[in-house]
Design a protein around this ligand. Sequence first.
Ligand code: 5CA
Ligand code: ZN
Length: 407
Amino acid sequence: MRAWPAPDLPALPRTGAAAPVLVHDSTTRTLTEAAPGPTATLYACGITPYDATHLGHANTYLTFDLLQRAWLDAGKRVTYTSNVTDVDDPLLERATATGVDWRELALEQTELYRTDMTALRMLPPATWTGAVESIPAVVDAVTAMLDAGAAYWVDRDVYADLSADPAFGTVAGLDAATMRALFAERGGDPDRSGKRHPLDPALWRGEQPGDPSWDGGVLGAGRPGWHIECAVIARDGLGLPFDVQGGGADLLFPHHEMSTSHARMLSRPSGAGARVHLHAGLLAYQGEKMSKSRGNLVFVSRLLADGVDPMVIRLALLGHHYRDEWEWTDAELHTAQRRLDAWTAGLLTAHDDGEPAARVLDEVRAALAADLDAPRALASVDRWAANPGGSADVLAATVDALLGVEL
Ligand code: 5CA
Ligand code: ZN
């Protein structure tokens, strides 16, 4: 798919050696250097294109945007890959329920997402692949897994045989009952008869009347499973293994557990998927997780149409640490607007004996390297804005390159 245009990244002066960028790995539950080498590879799970883009989505993608900005500032060569789940059960159900062609729904919502990401100044992926586009590669991967004994047939569907992967379960580290409950809740079919294990996920689903389907070669007509889509798109965009796989906290299990297992199977004998798993806390609204199924959504496009500055939206989200689970209220916009105004005013009133912008640069860099601590970074710029010193250019470049906020 065609991604959106990249925002400008101003160059920043380098004062000392870059600190390693540490993030919280969901597997080890410790702070880990996300990409220790000179290159950094990131796969962030993309949207399922309906009800896009709500603030929960934006908050999650902002996390991966910050990570890339920190990596780029540390001099790494960054490759970012993402997907669009443009065919899947929830999308088809929504299309049916609203009487819209699923392709039209996906196209329109993907375009909306593209516009929202552009307005929010998110760095675009180098490869952005739709599930539909990935079908030939998924068919090859599933066929290879069948040949390798890592998959099996149930009627006209193909399932992964998780017993072929001794490392299954190590990404999230959950007990069996929790895994089963989350699998059932998040798109899985533990009770499907004929499966070897309740948690085995579908890799290919044979054609169903009324559902879209594609030629699967030896797999027969059908459509891809969800987790294999991300395993294949990540592999083809980044190679295996890669540094970070990420998404909102609801993707840790089963999605990232399963897609990492599939990646292991596709890269045997070395057998590795993502090195680090990074998850953003889920944003709530009106007392519950902001989610399509509940319908308690605040859309980026709605706020923009109401005249909210996209930089205010960005600052409102940056005011909370990415791992926090917090509740959106409209008051967030007022706080963020005041902050943006104070920062903008600081640029005009910077004076020689104020807080030096170079110190803010050091502090913002250090805050991002310490588990993407955006609130700490904002506090540092706030201190500067209370007593702004020069150079205004360095300050503006700092918040632009590292926080994505254009003043
Ligand atoms: N297409 C799949 C991933 S392959 C998917 O989960 N799509 S999605 O549209 O449902 O969500 C897109 C991203 O937004 C995911 O990373 C998801 O975890 C995240 N997300 C969804 N709701 C929230 C929320 N309330 N707060 C934070 N992130 C959220
Ligand atoms: Zn995914």
